[in-house]
Write a protein that binds this ligand. Structure first.
Ligand code: NI
Length: 194
């Protein structure tokens, strides 16, 4: 199977697995992360095949929805890629990226990643901020039954910190624009609330 076919099969697999998700980690999130990652990758010295596979598989089995089993994502991705006979070095890199990609909290430092991982991590983080980020916070809050003010807290606990946790220069430029938009949103939200 050539690289193009592997990407196509993996896209189909991710789409079928995630299409029914309503928590904000849905197929369209994955598709946006993939496009952003490929956009950032153009300015970095990375293997775009690995970047694209990792983007497509990064939320394939999110541990948040599997009782905190941290290994389920990497394990699911490994089984999938091995079934397609992807070369072991690429499989290892993709699984390592999936394991380390998430933002645990403001107090937990990010783990060192491969250059491909830095790109996919930036794309995933960028999709958590800006207008899409605002929409995702409330979609996730609704799914979890949180109040609106708990969702607003999430901006201060996490989303406004994201721009300082971006790896690449291209990512930083996009992050700054999206950050400014969120500040604008919060200001307007607060003025309407009061
Ligand atoms: Ni994600």
């Amino acid at each position: 199977m050539n690289k193009k076919e592997i990407i196509q099969k993996t896209e189909q697999y991710a789409r079928e697995t995630l299409e029914k998700d309503s928590s904000g980690h849905d197929w369209w999130h994955v598709e946006r992360v993939r496009r952003l990652a490929l956009q950032i990758a153009q300015h970095e010295n990375v293997c775009t095949f690995t970047v694209e596979l990792a983007a497509l598989l990064h939320d394939i089995a999110d541990s948040k929805f599997h009782d905190g089993d941290e290994e389920i994502g990497p394990r699911t991705a490994r089984n999938w890629l091995e079934s397609l006979n992807v070369e072991p070095a690429v499989v290892d890199n993709v699984c390592d990226i999936i394991k380390k990609i998430s933002f645990k909290s403001a107090h937990i430092a990010d783990k060192a990643m491969s250059p491909e991982g830095s790109v996919v991590q930036d794309a995933d983080r960028l999709d958590a901020i800006g207008a899409i980020g605002v929409a995702r916070v409330f979609a996730y809050g609704g799914y979890k039954g949180h109040t609106m003010s708990a969702s607003i807290d999430h901006f201060y606990e996490k989303l406004l910190l994201v721009k300082n946790r971006i790896n690449t220069e291209t990512g930083k430029t996009i992050a700054q624009e999206r950050h400014n938009y969120m500040l604008e949103f919060l200001k307007t939200f607060e003025s309407e609330w009061n």
